[in-house]
Design a protein around this ligand. Structure first.
Ligand SMILES: [Zn+2]
Length: 80
């Protein structure tokens, strides 16, 4: 089954404070396994784990924001 944009529930976009669960880099991919159970990945680690994740958890919903990786951070990125 192909997951289309219409099937994906809206969720808050990833923020600069959201960090990869593997390495602590800024997260650009959120993988939701079920309610309140998700993992965050940077682009590097999502690319590395994507095949295994999609094989083991084909029902997981992936919010892939890697298109934003090379965009400038928001003005609030360095606010603290
Ligand atoms: Zn990472």
């Amino acid at each position: 089954m192909t997951i289309t944009a219409e099937m994906i529930p809206q969720t808050d976009p990833l923020q600069i404070a959201d960090r990869c669960d593997q390495c602590g880099a800024q997260a650009f991919v959120r993988v939701v396994f079920r309610r309140n159970k998700d993992l965050l990945f940077c682009g590097h680690h999502y690319s590395r784990h994507e095949p295994a994740l999609m094989t083991s958890y084909p029902y997981a919903v992936v919010y892939d924001e890697r298109r934003r990786i090379n965009q400038k951070p928001s003005l609030s990125a360095n606010a603290d």
